[in-house]
Design a protein around this ligand. Structure first.
Ligand SMILES: [Zn+2]
Ligand SMILES: [Zn+2]
Length: 54
């Protein structure tokens, strides 16, 4: 697909949030006023340790 930024988060970034921020299809299924549940979850509860790039 050629979207290397989305799949190569730098150190200390959350893979999921990074992907959602840079992959243009990550939120493609959402309506304009719809929240992305995984993103909301990380916003409220923080990013799981296993998703942080070491
Ligand atoms: Zn996250
Ligand atoms: Zn998201």
């Amino acid at each position: 697909m050629g979207n290397d930024t989305a799949t190569n988060p730098p150190r200390n970034q959350c893979r999921q949030c990074w992907y959602h921020a840079y992959a243009k299809d990550a939120h493609a299924h959402l309506g304009p006023r719809e929240n992305c549940q995984p993103c909301v979850d990380h916003m409220l509860h923080g990013h799981p340790e296993n998703l942080i790039v070491k």
